[in-house]
Design a protein. Structure first.
Length: 258
């Protein structure tokens, strides 16, 4: 961690083991205690909720952790790889998702894919569990010139767009990560993805938020702006939409089951 990161580090999580469920629960409290960050999560969650298809089928969130998505999605089944308070299921989505074939209409995830050690198994499980017309809806980190600079300099997780494999290696459930993995799968290796999962076509890729999360400090750093500045800041940030391919830090990806 560089000097700037140490200066901005949030006092409640500095030095904690990220593989400890208690750390995840502390981060839940941090999100709710930081109004600017809380508004970001609200916007992400509403955007995900708006993409859920109508009709029958369950809705499962992968990596619920310290989030509050169920406040936006009635009937949501929450899950995590760690036994966190308030989570319905403790599962490893890279081994097996405990749902019947074709039983789900949506799988939701926020900043989870880049932690998964074997996305191929996970995507195969998504294909098995989703009904026709069901969707995988995720918000993830994305590779742009600006995001690469920020994630490599200020973020504690690895961010490497050059790795050849769709894998994350770690010695703990949350220790391993590669923030560039969603971009690798759905942009750099898009033809490979399309060939491997023709039944899961990518419906949309929406680039967003080059500055908001940085200003919020996220869950590991102090906030730089008060919650009251959120709407104005997002309006100004929206002026960057035409150049988001150069500066976006996040992306919403929607995949549809044929």
């Amino acid at each position: 961690m560089n000097i700037l990161s140490r200066l901005l580090a949030h006092p409640l999580t500095a030095g904690l083991d990220i593989n400890d469920p208690k750390t995840t629960e502390i981060r839940r409290d941090i999100i709710r205690s930081k109004p600017f960050l809380f508004r970001i999560y609200e916007e992400w969650y509403q955007g995900m909720a708006d993409q859920i298809p109508k009709g029958e089928g369950g809705i499962l969130e992968i990596g619920s952790g310290g989030g509050f998505l169920r406040e936006y999605v009635p009937g949501l089944i929450t899950s995590d790889i760690l036994p966190c308070e308030g989570v319905d299921l403790v599962i490893d989505a890279c081994k097996h998702i405990p749902c019947d074939d074709h039983s789900l209409k949506a799988l939701l995830m926020l900043n989870v894919l880049h932690h998964l050690p074997d996305p191929l198994i996970f995507l195969s499980e998504c294909s098995r569990c989703l009904r026709s017309g069901g969707r995988v809806i995720m918000v993830e980190q994305w590779v742009t010139p600006w995001s690469s600079l920020i994630y490599k300099k200020l973020h504690y997780e690895p961010f490497d767009a050059s790795v050849p494999e769709w894998r994350v290696f770690s010695d703990g459930p949350l220790t391993g990560a590669n923030g560039a993995l969603p971009w690798i799968i759905f942009e750099r290796d898009r033809e490979i993805y399309d060939a491997k999962f023709p039944e899961l076509p990518v419906e949309s890729i929406h680039l967003m938020m080059p500055l908001s999360y940085l200003a919020s400090g996220g869950v590991s750093m102090r906030s730089l702006l008060p919650g009251g500045a959120y709407s104005t800041f997002r309006f100004i940030e929206g002026l960057l939409n035409p150049v988001n391919r150069y500066c976006a830090m996040f992306v919403q990806i929607v995949i549809r089951k044929v």
